[in-house]
Design a protein around this ligand. Structure first.
Ligand SMILES: [Zn+2]
Length: 469
């Protein structure tokens, strides 16, 4: 099911082959979807069968986990649930290519100049910390990457961009800007650099989300992108800057992901920039899970992704009710099969068809919402800090993954670490936050290392990492 790999193929040719693969996949995907729900389900079912067969032969981890199950086609509901912790602990056995090992990948990831490059000339790799607090390392094969590209290409062909004024894109040289955490091998920056290196005729530039907002605004004003991609909280802040006249760009389309986006926030961002905003629900485990529609729902790419909303005992949750977590099966990636993986998000499946007419199942995702923090500077001005920037600063400096930053006053932030991390990493983490706040002219803001641990939300295991007043 994946594209064959021949190490003799030079990079430019592989890039051309990848694009051919993506074009073919996009056409196939649009065709299957045009046939409706039954065709989509049949397509997913055939892919699941192929993936489980492949995993059973090539992944010692799954072979052992499924040894009690009968030979032949496997029923998804009978397969044991896996977690990030289990898979990371069994990393080498989980992978279906024996040349992929945790040690070799760690060596590759230690080199940050290699962000977006291929591991052993073959695979794309990214890391995640995630709010579950367990670091993850995810390896993607050529088939997975071509599928993610096709899923994105299909969105451009869809109704979300029907209003897009493509002549603006051409007029601005097709320049595309990504504002994201770029200090490590994170999925968004890795994917961006991969696309940029494979398509030298595209003008793509990334901007560090950890910069002060005025710096990002100045750089965007100079670059004048036709397309901007970032987290919803960043786009909301940029919309404020645009409305205030400090930012002056004319994008033809906006893209967001990584956080929840309320319909009201989306309308406001679209109004200010005068162009469509496409919001996507993805994860390091599966880059593109679902896309938002005009009716405010997320439509699951059910031909390539299986999502099972479940309660705390992994029993199916009926449509209309909020699940405890959701089990993810990624049908596109064979090198690290993700099959019935506890993703930790709470979702609600829509009852009945969506008003937008999509044949894909519609969901809402809860609990992916961190706050923008508004802090008061010494001169009385308010400085906004986006959550992804704050968490990246702490993670990078202190190698902690489960923590919480809580604003308790206009000029005070509290940091909560796990008991096991506090003595080791407390001073480093608060020191990094200090440097970051000083960079934003917030030297008056107090940082307090609390004695309590992070407090998770009621639903699922997800933690709100940044909580504003
Ligand atoms: Zn819809």
């Amino acid at each position: 099911m994946a594209f064959g790999f021949d190490p003799a193929i030079p990079d430019p040719l592989r890039s051309a082959l990848d694009q051919w693969g993506t074009a073919a996949l996009t056409a196939q995907l649009l065709w299957v979807r045009s046939l409706g729900r039954a065709a989509i389900a049949a397509s997913a079912s055939a892919r699941l069968d192929a993936l489980t067969r492949f995993a059973r032969v090539h992944s010692p981890f799954y072979r052992a986990a499924w040894k009690h199950l009968p030979e032949g086609p496997l029923q998804l509901g009978l397969l044991p649930v896996v977690t990030k912790r289990t898979l990371m602990a069994a990393f080498d056995d989980w992978c279906t290519d024996r040349s992929v090992s945790r040690d070799r990948i760690a060596e590759f990831l230690a080199e940050r100049t290699q962000i977006g490059e291929r591991f052993r000339g073959r695979y794309i790799v990214w890391t995640s910390s995630g709010s579950t607090g367990e670091p993850g390392v995810f390896v993607q094969d050529g088939g997975a990457l071509a599928t993610y590209d096709a899923l994105v290409a299909a969105q451009f062909a869809g109704p979300g961009f029907a209003e897009c004024e493509w002549q603006h894109v051409a007029a601005q040289g097709g320049r595309a800007a990504l504002i994201a955490a770029d200090s490590d091998h994170f999925a968004s920056i890795v994917s961006w650099r991969r696309l940029a290196s494979g398509k030298p005729w595209l003008d793509m530039k990334s901007f560090a989300v950890t910069q002060p907002v005025p710096d990002i605004v100045r750089e965007l004003n100079t670059y004048q992108p036709a397309f901007v991609s970032s987290y919803p909280t960043v786009l909301a802040l940029l919309a404020e800057e645009q409305a205030a006249g400090r930012l002056a760009i004319r994008p033809a389309a906006l893209w967001s992901g990584g956080e929840g986006l309320s319909p009201a926030a989306r309308r406001e961002i679209e109004r200010v920039f005068g162009c469509p905003l496409q919001n996507e629900y993805g994860a390091s485990e599966c880059l593109t899970i679902a896309q938002a529609c005009a009716a405010g729902w997320l439509h699951v790419n059910a031909d390539w992704v299986i999502l099972e909303p479940v309660d705390r005992h992994y029993r199916p949750t009926p449509p209309g009710t909020l699940s405890h977590t959701v089990l993810l099966t990624n049908l596109a990636n064979t090198v690290q099969p993700i099959i019935r993986y506890d993703l930790g998000d709470s979702v609600r499946v829509k009852v009945g068809a969506c008003a937008c007419g999509s044949p894909l199942p519609a969901i809402q995702v809860e609990g992916r919402s961190d706050d923008v923090v508004a802090l008061r500077a010494p001169d009385g001005t308010v400085v906004h800090l986006v959550p992804l920037a704050l968490t990246t600063v702490v993670e990078d400096a202190a190698a902690v993954h489960r923590f919480q930053i809580v604003q308790t006053a206009p000029d005070r932030l509290c940091l909560r670490l796990m008991d096991t991390d506090r003595a080791r990493a407390g001073a480093t983490a608060t020191g990094a936050l200090r440097v970051y706040l000083d960079l934003h002219a917030l030297s008056n803001v107090e940082i307090v290392l609390e004695s309590g641990e992070p407090q998770p939300e009621r639903h699922g295991g997800k933690l709100r990492q940044v909580v504003a007043m």
